[in-house]
Design a binder for this molecule. Structure first.
Ligand code: ADP
Length: 485
């Protein structure tokens, strides 16, 4: 039997993306189609989304969602089914999905995403004629209230369907003051620690974790880490209490978007058997970033420039990286202070370090296609996608040993090298000494041409497609639906 799943999120590639969440939500429909699961994705109608949608059809109307009236538009996300919540009072504004142009979070984010969640629960409950769903898959705090509405405030006469919540990043919890509770349209009984209340406020992610039928996160290691204070960020007790319902399912990558043999962004396409063609891409990066040509490794970074990503510590080892013959091309944006430190390093090392502050999808492909090694020294990393793109593109990942980074990169230690299975480098702590050591190990192995090539080809031949993970999600959905019957 084909299952029908409503996937609810605040972003979905290629329509709206600020990070890995969008990649995953955008890739899930195709990943699950292979498992006889038909996914419909619901996202908010930001202006950028409405502008890109093309032909749509209004399929439902609300007079009084949180925030006012709204329409539901049906369209397409690539080949897949898409629903868009067009609620102008909440979403028709310039800026990003969560913040204004100056980076300040919208004051009414709670209302914006409560509206999406309420709409999702109505849709799943059968409010829209001709559309029914067997399960709802909510992503991150923005969709955290979906399980709460389904459980605690179902549609009168509506169908009750099971729900799954996926935590893409525990650091973002959607925590708001208790005063907003009456405006959510939940019954007073929802205001308990078994409902949406969290440390005296309303916790959107917490509510989802409390009330969904299953909790997933995006790697097995992170699923274990969030049981601890350090990674659970206040919700570790809930993770422990519901541990039999917590699953770690690794993200896959969209192998159509990220295929070096066909990538239209690259100066030269290549395969594991034709690695020499990468040189042209490397030359292109050198030209674009004003870097000198030499025979040392070209490191790249494609990242948010934040504390989570360890970029403050990485900035401390740049002189070392250059001192041992490395060069760096960095693409990212984030904390102004960290950006400043990279600019300063580029000024100190002209021709050796090049920095682009901003967000540029095409450039991120070009960097993966021509860089020798990608640095990802995260303090925590639920799954991480850039190391997977690096592996697929022969851009060797140098990562900290945490979360999904630990699960996907095989360290080039002597045993792994002897067995011929290494794919990158793991750094065992996020401090300047450990990062400097990781960079040194990378430079040293880069000069052993045959061993380096083996690292690259091992990574390129590894399977990070959605096959296994799609099957794991489908099995979980089917189990939850059976439990409910
Ligand atoms: P996170 O979602 O925590 O930022 P992930 O590694 O899971 O980290 O996903 C990040 C995604 O965003 C990847 O697809 C990466 O290529 C992309 N990305 C990050 N920063 C930039 C940037 N400055 N320009 C283009 N793409 C970027």
């Amino acid at each position: 039997m084909t299952l029908k799943v409503l996937s609810v999120a605040s972003e979905a590639a290629p329509l709206v993306k600020t990070g890995g969440l969008a990649d995953v939500v955008g890739a899930l429909p195709a990943a699950l189609a292979a498992q006889r699961v038909e996914v419909t994705t619901l996202i908010p109608g930001y202006p950028s989304v409405l502008a890109k949608l093309g032909k749509t059809k209004a399929v439902h109307k609300w007079d009084a969602l949180p925030g006012g009236p709204a329409r539901l538009l049906a369209g397409k996300l690539g080949e897949a089914r898409l629903l868009v919540l067009d609620a102008p009072a909440l979403f028709a504004r310039e800026g990003g999905p969560y913040a204004d142009a100056s980076g300040r979070d919208w004051d009414d984010n709670w209302r914006r995403f409560a509206a999406v969640a309420r709409a999702a629960a109505d849709i799943a409950g059968g409010a829209v004629k001709g559309r029914s769903f067997d399960l709802v898959h909510a992503h991150d705090w923005q969709a955290g209230l979906v399980p709460a509405y389904l459980r605690l405030a179902p549609l009168a006469g509506g169908r009750s369907v099971p729900s799954v919540i996926t935590i893409h990043n525990m650091a973002f919890q959607g925590y708001f003051p208790g005063e907003i509770f009456p405006a959510l349209g939940l019954p007073p009984s929802a205001w308990t620690v078994d409902g949406v209340e969290s440390y005296g406020g309303v916790g959107f992610l917490k509510a989802g974790m409390q009330l969904a039928d299953a909790i997933t996160t995006v790697s097995p290691t992170y699923a274990g880490e969030i049981r601890s204070v350090e990674f659970g960020m206040g919700l570790e007790g809930l993770v422990l209490a519901r541990s039999s319902r917590v699953h770690g399912i690794l993200n896959g990558i969209d192998t159509k978007e990220w295929n070096p043999a066909t990538d239209p962004h690259l100066a030269a396409c290549f395969t594991a058997g034709k690695l020499a063609a990468r040189a042209k891409n490397k030359r292109a990066i050198e030209a674009e970033f004003g870097l000198e040509r030499d025979d040392g490794p070209l490191f790249i970074v494609v990242s948010r420039l934040t504390w989570q990503k360890g970029m403050d510590v990485f900035a401390e080892v740049l002189d070392h990286l250059v001192g041992i013959g490395g060069r760096l091309a960095l693409l990212g944006s984030g904390d102004a202070e960290i950006e400043q430190r990279f600019h300063a390093a580029a000024a100190r090392h002209p021709g050796r370090i090049g920095v682009r502050i901003g967000y540029d999808e095409a450039l991120s492909h070009r960097l993966q296609g021509g860089g020798d090694a990608i640095l990802i020294p995260s303090r925590f990393e639920p799954c991480g996608l850039t190391q997977l793109y690096g592996l697929a593109y022969g851009c060797v990942p140098v990562v900290s040993r945490t979360g999904g980074l630990a699960d996907t990169v095989i360290d080039a230690n002597p045993a792994a090298l002897a067995a011929g299975v290494a794919t990158g480098f793991q750094i065992n702590a996020v401090n300047a000494g450990a990062l400097a050591m990781g960079v040194s190990r990378t430079v040293a192995l880069y000069h052993q041409t045959a061993a380096w090539k083996r690292l690259q080809t091992n990574g390129m031949k590894a399977d990070f497609s959605w096959g296994a993970s799609g099957a794991a999600y489908a099995a979980l959905y089917r189990q939850l639906i059976e439990e409910q019957e």
